[in-house]
Design a protein around this ligand. Sequence first.
Ligand SMILES: CCCCCCCCCC(=O)SCCNC(=O)CCNC(=O)[C@H](O)C(C)(C)COP(=O)(O)OP(=O)(O)OC[C@H]1O[C@@H](n2cnc3c(N)ncnc32)[C@H](O)[C@@H]1OP(=O)(O)O
Length: 224
Amino acid sequence: MTESDRPQPHVAVPLNGYWTEWSARAARNAAPGWAALVGEMAGLQDTFAAAAPPPEAVAEARSLVEQTRAVLARHEVGDDDQWFGRFLPAPDRGQTFSPPIRLTGITEHALAGKTMFGRFHSGNNSAAHGGGIALLFDDLFGRLVSVGDIPPARTASLSVNYRSVTPLDEPLAVEASVAEVDGRKLYLTGTLRHGDRLCADATALFLTLRPEQIRPAEAEAPPG
Ligand SMILES: CCCCCCCCCC(=O)SCCNC(=O)CCNC(=O)[C@H](O)C(C)(C)COP(=O)(O)OP(=O)(O)OC[C@H]1O[C@@H](n2cnc3c(N)ncnc32)[C@H](O)[C@@H]1OP(=O)(O)O
């Protein structure tokens, strides 16, 4: 591990107003320890993917996961009230679907960061799954268009070129930038590198939403 691969502070994300409110609501309401639980769940996914346990360990693990599900299911809420995925300032966004992206630099038109795929995102032969890489780019581009004054936008198309194998458990560098803005159309480009080696590059078209396509950042439900 080189000095530049060591954990560094995640830069603050200058979110636009819509995403600030969307995220702040979860941050206001989330129980203490939620971020640590998200980290535990992500670790569980990787450990689960890497394990080949004997029958008694399978039975024990299944029972514990069943118990965990039962605890969480008692507190199910609607989409508007969920915390999962809404911690936008955090590298993992408070979710376990796509790998954390630790941002090292961000402006209105470009961002750079570090990421890593674990066993959960393995395709085969110690290589990251191509779908996981597309997911990473979609998330990366989603973060890029959440800064500055850009209205909320959705992915209209995403194209990934897989240039070389993306390793697991190795620090990877990501970059994304806005190549062109044409009305509602945002043309984005991005790269994923392992050291000097290009693993993948991607282009995407995001479309900013028309006002009638945007659900307002929800009003806080009255207490009780
Ligand atoms: C801070 C947050 C962090 C979160 C990170 C996660 C980010 C994840 C981002 C996502 O994954 S978003 C979810 C995946 N995407 C979707 O579900 C989008 C589904 N599709 C739609 O909702 C609509 O198709 C869409 C809003 C994208 C466009 O519908 P519209 O009715 O607004 O646009 P319209 O069809 O009128 O097209 C507008 C222009 O874009 C063009 N266009 C639309 N889709 C296109 C396409 N796929 N390729 C090329 N051009 C396209 C279209 O031709 C037209 O060009 P012109 O104005 O020149 O005539």
